[in-house]
Design a protein around this ligand. Structure first.
Ligand code: GDP
Length: 435
């Protein structure tokens, strides 16, 4: 999916525009406790074209200096997005920071749309927003993100500039593994260790995108691809300390994978960015394995693993279904478990529950704990069926979907999991009204 980045200085209305564009979408996404709230990314769609919108403003916490930060933000967007929305404030007019950012953006061949925000009344706004022509980025598109004025026109223009989606070149049975984690967590070490033991079919290819290296390999008659987000660094010899945790790169890898290996440095714990990325993988319905690496550096007694497990569960409450592996990419400890677990969670994510069994289970569950009710009626589940796999998706035909409660849905999920497992994979429920 193409990535569209919103760039601009603070207070120009980046989050308003973000929310305006993805608004309709957010409403359908369930509000799940524990899933990260401050979304930097969200899928959006316009006229049937899908893209992922990224608010780059949130990607960088390191710098205090605004100008430097914005500059970096723009550079990041240039490097990793497919199109850029450069947002300026028509009420305030042109500022020197805008000029600086424009200077950076002019150097790219990626499409940049100059968007003049806070134009609530088109005729009055002329005064300030014509200044923006000076930026040399073409016609400013006037919008009001807050009121949704002209944002449709903006999106019309945007989608014509997006690249066509990549074709995935692998056979459909290929298990695609994304290796995610912040710099230095051991991604390259793990990838090398895994590939060292397996039959690599062709040498690494620069993926279908420019931001990961794909390495197809075969094991026990099965096809795999490792999507290695650290691979580009090795190619380009980018030195470690300056490497950032590239959220965009990670999101793209997650999008293309069947299984996300979320690497966590056992000596450092779960990072904020880890939570966001793995939250994205969860929302995308991807199987997820938590991999605590550098286990060799941890001083251990008989309670250490439990302690770590508790901490991980606490920090990633929405991933209660994910297995955790404690490995050392360096010494090879438990390395063989990694691919075993990959196979296992893919199998779990592909499992189908026979309809009769599912309906028995739901019936028993609703008898044990009655569904929620409002003043007038109780939720009634007439019939359940599994609508799909990867992730397992269940459709419940009910009298009124509005009567469902998050807690009751969680209860049903737990019932399904206690019988069928589904380890490592999110499961979904959809409610349909039956007349
Ligand atoms: P990446 O940035 O995530 O690709 O991380 P690298 O694979 O480049 O590893 C970063 C550093 O951590 C290197 O010096 C590795 O040797 C080291 N490292 C990786 N895995 C382990 C491990 O399991 N144990 C220890 N002690 N060091 C590790």
């Amino acid at each position: 999916k193409p990535i569209v980045a919103i760039v601009g200085r603070p207070n120009v209305g980046k989050s308003s525009l973000f929310n305006r564009i993805v608004g309709a979408r957010i409403a359908i996404v369930e509000d799940m406790p524990g899933v990260t709230r401050d979304r930097l990314y969200q899928d959006a769609e316009w006229q049937g074209r899908e893209f992922t919108l990224v608010d780059t403003g949130g990607l960088d916490f390191a710098e205090d200096v605004i100008t430097a930060q914005i500059r970096k933000q723009a550079e990041l967007a240039i490097k990793e997005a497919d199109a850029i929305l450069f947002l300026v404030d028509a009420r305030e007019g042109l500022t020197s920071i805008d000029q600086e950012v424009a200077g950076v953006l002019r150097r790219t061949d990626k499409p940049v749309l100059l968007v003049a925000n806070k134009v609530e009344q088109f005729d009055q706004s002329k005064i300030s927003y014509f200044d923006f022509y000076q930026l040399g980025l073409g016609d400013p598109i006037p919008v009001s993100a807050a009121e949704g004025l002209n944002t449709g026109d903006l999106l019309d223009q945007l989608i014509t500039l997006l690249p066509q989606p990549d074709e995935d070149p692998y056979p459909p049975d290929t298990i695609r593994i994304a290796v995610i984690g912040r710099p230095n967590v051991g991604k390259s070490s793990l990838v090398n260790a895994i590939l060292g033991e397996e039959r690599v079919i062709v040498s690494s290819i620069p993926g279908t995108t420019r931001d990961a290296i794909d390495t197809p390999f075969e094991r026990g008659g099965k096809n795999y691809v490792i999507i290695d987000t650290a691979g580009m660094r090795r190619r380009k010899k980018i030195d470690l300390p300056t490497e950032r945790y590239s959220v965009v790169r990670a999101l793209r890898a997650v999008d293309r994978c069947d299984v996300t290996l979320m690497l966590i440095d056992a000596t450092e714990g779960v990072a904020e960015q880890d939570k966001k990325i793995v939250g994205y993988a969860h929302e995308k319905g991807k199987a997820i394995i938590l991999v605590a690496n550098k286990w060799d550096l941890i001083e251990k007694d008989d309670k250490t693993m439990n302690k770590f497990e508790r901490k991980f569960r606490e920090e990633l409450p929405f991933l209660s279904y994910s297995p955790i592996l404690y490995i050392s990419a360096l010494t090879g400890q438990r390395l063989p478990k990694v691919l075993e677990m990959v196979d296992f969670v893919v199998e779990q994510a592909s499992k189908r529950v026979p309809t009769a069994d599912l309906n028995n289970l739901i019936r028993e569950a609703t008898q044990a704990t009655p569904p929620p009710a409002d003043k007038h009626r109780r939720l009634k589940i007439f019939y359940a069926t599994q609508g799909g796999v990867k992730p397992p998706t269940f459709i419940l035909f009910v009298n009124d979907p509005e009567l469902m409660h998050f807690s009751y849905q969680r209860y049903l999920e737990n019932q399904v999991r206690s019988t069928y497992g589904f380890e490592g994979t999110p499961v979904r429920f959809f409610l349909r009204r039956r007349e």
